[in-house]
Design a protein around this ligand. Sequence first.
Ligand code: AP5
Ligand code: MG
Ligand code: ZN
Length: 216
Amino acid sequence: MKIILLGPPGAGKGTQAKFISREYSIPHISTGDIFRKNISEKTSLGVKAKKYLDAGKLVPDEITIGIMKNRLDMDDCKNGFLLDGFPRTVNQARALDSYLNGVGQKIDVVLLIDVPEKLIFDRITGRRVCPSCGASYHIKFNPPKIEGKCDVCHSDIVQRKDDTESTVKSRLEVYGRQTEPLVGYYEAQGVLSKVDGSGEIDQVFQNVRNVLKKYN
Ligand code: AP5
Ligand code: MG
Ligand code: ZN
C-alpha cells in the first residue's frame, strides 16, 4: 500500500505512522526525521537544512525532492510505503506524481489527520523525543514509564528544538499557506480520506484502520 499522511504540525502523523508501518509492513518515511538525523550527524545536507527547521520554514523543494526520489528508489519501497511530512507543497506533490508515473505506480490513499488548532499547541509543547532512538512521547498524553527517560533505550528524552511557541506559530502559518492546498489537490484526484485525529491515540488509530481496510 502507498500512503501519504497529511496534517498540521502536531496532528499525530509520526505517532500514527509507527502503528501503520508495523501493521501493514511498509517503511515509514519521514522527511522531518531524515533532516533531523542529518542535522545531528552534521552532514552537508544537515548543515543546509538546519536553518529552515530552526525557523519552522520549509527546506527548499530542490533539496527535498531529490532526497525523496533517492529514498523511494530503495528496495524496501517496492511493496509500498508511508510518507509522513512529504509532500508539503504542490510542487513536491507534482514531482512525486511524475516520479510514480515514471515507475508505473500511484498513491492509494492520502490520510488527512484532522485536528482542531486548539489541541495542537498542547500536543507539540508537551512532546518529548529520544535523541538516541527517535521514540516520541508526550508528558501528559503518552508519558514514558520513568519520567524523563526513554522506554526503549533509557536515554534522557528532550524537547525538539522547533517545538517552542514562536516556531510552532511559524510552522502553522507555513502549513496553512503552503501545505493545506494539497487537500484540494488530492481531493481532485479522488484519493483523499479525512480521519478524525482529535481523540486519544488508540482511538485515532482505529479511525485510521477503518479507512485503510477499504484499500487492503
Ligand atoms: P516534521 O518533523 O514533519 O514536523 P511537523 O509536520 O511539524 O509535524 P510534527 O512532527 O511536529 O507532528 P506530528 O504530526 O508528527 O505529530 P506527533 O505524532 O509527533 O517537519 C519538521 C521540519 O522539517 C519542517 O518544519 C521543515 O523545516 C522540515 N521539513 C519536513 N518535511 C519537509 C518537506 N516535505 N519539505 C520541506 N521541509 C520539510 O504528535 C505530536 C505530540 O502529540 C506527541 O507528543 C504525541 O505523543 C502527541 N499525540 C499524538 N497523537 C495524540 C493524540 N491522539 N492525543 C494526544 N496526544 C497525541
Ligand atoms: Mg512528526
Ligand atoms: Zn530511546
